[in-house]
Ligand binder design. Structure first.
Ligand code: SF4
Length: 420
């Protein structure tokens, strides 16, 4: 076994899976691995394949966005080499800055209201964390420490939220959690123990920070810190036997991945939150595409109602996202034209159009000038044609214009580029 540190960021973070900051490192014959990859494979190998082999992006998840913003704020708090620490308000400001980087849809929320609620919750959580820890704040040894270590044919990435140095090469690793306060198995911490103790770069950091070289490092204590409740779940250093059996599990998963074993393991829990349902032939409860297109005649009305509701919600959500993105394109495209993305080409056309706001008032004008029939029974197209018509009297035009607004219609046609 040998260790190597790349000092790279990304993958498995404080709040589980974060988007990699850079493409996963590839080394000949090494399988890129992490605790979150292993968890996903154990949940469903096919889901792993969709995500890591086929590289099909998942939908943004609001709980990752929330966790990530809390994480950034705590990283800010602990990124001091010596006191004074930032104030509680400065920590909240770091949270605000991270939160503001994406819209509620980009963060994975369905409504602005839900995002706003979580934003307030995050501020309260950080203030409570600060108060709870104010008296014991001390600069950690490392914060958000990321390392890639080569071991047993794997390149394993581990990212520790916080590492405190206890002297003589001994360390305490803390992993923050922001989700539900549930009992967690220590496996993720075992991964830290295994990888951090193999990581030669940590010894260098100890020498740099504390002026003393150590021959070995030892993770003496590990803990999950549940931020919403300020509860700590400490674990003593795992025994060699515990690490040995954990590592057998890691190597078993790695062998299966190398052997391209990607059979689905459908189940209510994992399928419910899976973004690949539409691609999956084994989706728990039947294939959504087929089932929703042609429901079995025996299907109960209650199930159809729920399915309809879910589809409708999804459609509304997608519609809102489409509107937002289209508005962004319309703003950026200025006068229209052809624009290229990586996978798509968009033809953007802008044209003027009329909008009529007060139907009753418009009807009054049409009746006053006896031009009701010419407005094609008061359709927008009919009214627009009427306004643009050269033989409309000036008086009638002025009357209609009082209730009309000139807007720009934007039409976006996209085609996928060949081979993408
Ligand atoms: S829908 Fe279920 S079985 Fe299919 S990939 Fe997702 S988790 Fe696996």
């Amino acid at each position: 076994m040998k260790g190597k540190n790349n000092g790279s960021a990304g993958e498995q973070g404080l709040f589980g899976e974060l988007a990699p900051a850079a493409p996963a490192p590839r080394k000949d014959g090494l399988l890129f691995f992490s605790y979150s990859r292993m968890s996903l494979y154990e949940e469903c190998p096919l889901k792993y394949k969709f995500k890591y082999i086929d590289k099909i992006k998942e939908e943004p998840k609001y709980y990752f966005a929330f966790g990530s913003a809390i994480h950034k704020a705590l990283e800010f708090l602990y990124s001091v080499k010596a006191p004074p620490f930032p104030t509680a308000e400065e920590v909240c400001e770091a949270f605000r800055a991270e939160w503001g980087l994406k819209s509620y849809l980009e963060k994975g929320y369905r409504t602005q209201q839900k995002a706003d609620d979580d934003y307030q919750k995050g501020l309260l959580m950080l203030r409570a964390y600060y108060e709870h820890n104010r008296a014991v704040l001390k600069p950690p040894f490392l914060v958000e420490y990321s390392t890639d270590v080569e071991v047993d044919g794997l390149l394993v990435r581990a990212i520790s939220d916080r590492i405190d140095y206890l002297g003589d090469g001994r360390m305490l690793v803390t992993d923050y959690k922001t989700g539900k306060d549930v009992r967690r198995e220590p496996a993720q911490l075992y991964m830290y123990q295994k990888i951090m103790e193999l990581d030669p770069a940590i010894k260098e950091r100890i020498a740099e920070n504390y002026g003393r070289r150590v021959s070995s490092v030892k993770i003496e204590k590990m803990l999950y810190y549940h931020v919403p409740s300020n509860k700590e779940y400490p674990f003593d250093r795992a025994s060699d036997a515990e690490i040995g059996s954990f590592w057998e599990r890691v190597l078993g998963v790695a062998e299966s991945i190398k052997g391209l074993k990607f059979g689905a393991t459908p189940g209510e829990r994992q399928c419910k939150w899976c973004d690949y349902k539409h691609l999956c032939p084994d989706y728990f409860g039947g294939h959504p595409g087929r089932a929703e297109a042609a429901p079995a005649s025996s299907e109960r009305i209650e199930a159809l109602v729920d399915r309809y509701g879910r589809l409708k919600e999804k459609m509304d959500e997608i519609k809102a996202q489409l509107d937002e993105v289209a508005a962004g394109i319309a703003r950026a495209a200025k006068s229209g034209g052809e624009y290229e993305g990586e996978s798509f080409t968009a033809q953007v056309t802008k044209s003027p159009r009329w909008e009529f706001r007060d139907r009753e008032a418009v009807l009054g004008v049409l009746n006053r000038f006896d031009i009701y029939q010419r407005a094609l029974n008061v359709t927008v197209a009919g009214l627009s044609g009427l306004l643009d018509s050269p033989d409309l009297s000036e008086e009638a035009r002025r009357g209609l214009l009082e209730h009309a607004v000139r807007k720009t219609a934007v039409d976006i046609k996209v085609v996928r580029k060949p081979g993408t």
